[in-house]
Design a protein around this ligand. Structure first.
Ligand code: SF4
Length: 265
């Protein structure tokens, strides 16, 4: 098996985890609702039964929509095709079922980072299908502040040009990469600053570099924007002199710019 095939197989397995958890969450919710319905039906009076019938009708519609959204999402991932009309339903399914998936996954002994990583793979895939064949002009590379060398004296969060590309950290490389690709590089001090930068610049594509936690919350908050998440590397522990695989960043930029083939980060 080639490296590329091995990487593809790993990505598919990672996506399956989150999609599987979404499916299990939906099934458990349906089961819980059915159980509650049965209990009230057995014990309640006429009034509670009437209320229950109304609630049940709403829930059945809700579950059908969730199930349909999940089905379309799996189909879309499997066939690498976008079904534009269903985008809203798919993103609603993810928004609603995400907290349940996270809780159930942890209950089954899965690490939170695995689940979030899997969510990022699924989200990247959705962005891929969403923009297929549509090159983006305004591309933003959003890097976390912790990627800057901790002893660097230059204030790059306000003005990226202050970086002197000394080579102590990857900011210089990212700066060169952004300039070469006609993209903008910004360094954010935190999630709020990152969201503000995106809202101000209104990019057609965002290459966001961060840890599992920040990427997951950022992608979920910024679902109106096409965000490809690239996980950072933390050889010195969290939030300190972090790094990133530059090939992943370059691939994501290229994807937005050329609307070409992307090796999913
Ligand atoms: S590459 Fe830029 S940001 Fe990094 S340490 Fe050197 S001057 Fe500072």
């Amino acid at each position: 098996m080639s490296l590329r095939q091995a990487s593809d197989a790993a990505n598919i397995a990672q996506k399956r985890l989150f999609v599987g958890l979404l499916g299990i969450s939906l099934m458990l919710l349906v089961f819980s609702a059915g159980l509650a319905w049965w209990v009230v039906l057995e014990t309640g009076n006429v009034l509670t039964r009437t209320i229950l019938a109304i609630v049940l009708t709403v829930m059945v519609v809700f579950f059908i929509l969730m199930g349909a959204g999940l089905f379309v999402m799996v189909w879309s991932i499997w066939n690498e095709k976008e079904i534009r009309r269903f985008q809203f339903v798919i993103y609603s399914v993810i928004s609603v079922l995400y907290p349940f998936s996270l809780s159930f996954g942890k209950l089954f002994g899965m690490r939170e980072d695995w689940i979030k990583n899997s969510f990022i793979q699924v989200s990247n895939h959705m962005v891929r299908t969403r923009l297929k064949g549509r090159p983006a002009e305004r591309v933003l590379i959003l890097a976390p502040h912790c990627i800057q060398w901790s002893e660097c004296p230059h204030k790059i969060t306000i003005e990226i040009e202050n970086c002197e590309e000394c080579g102590h950290c990857l900011i210089g490389e990212l700066k060169r990469m952004a300039s070469g690709a006609g993209a903008r590089l910004a360094v954010a001090t935190g999630g709020t600053a990152a969201r503000q930068i995106i809202k101000d610049y209104r990019p057609q594509g965002v290459v966001a570099i961060a840890c599992e936690r920040d990427l997951t919350s950022g992608i979920r908050d910024m679902k109106r924007f096409a965000v490809i998440g690239v996980l950072n590397e933390r050889p010195n522990g969290p939030c300190f002199n972090t790094r990133v695989d530059l090939r992943r960043v370059e691939e994501a930029i290229r994807y937005f710019k050329d609307a070409g083939e992307l090796v999913t980060p």
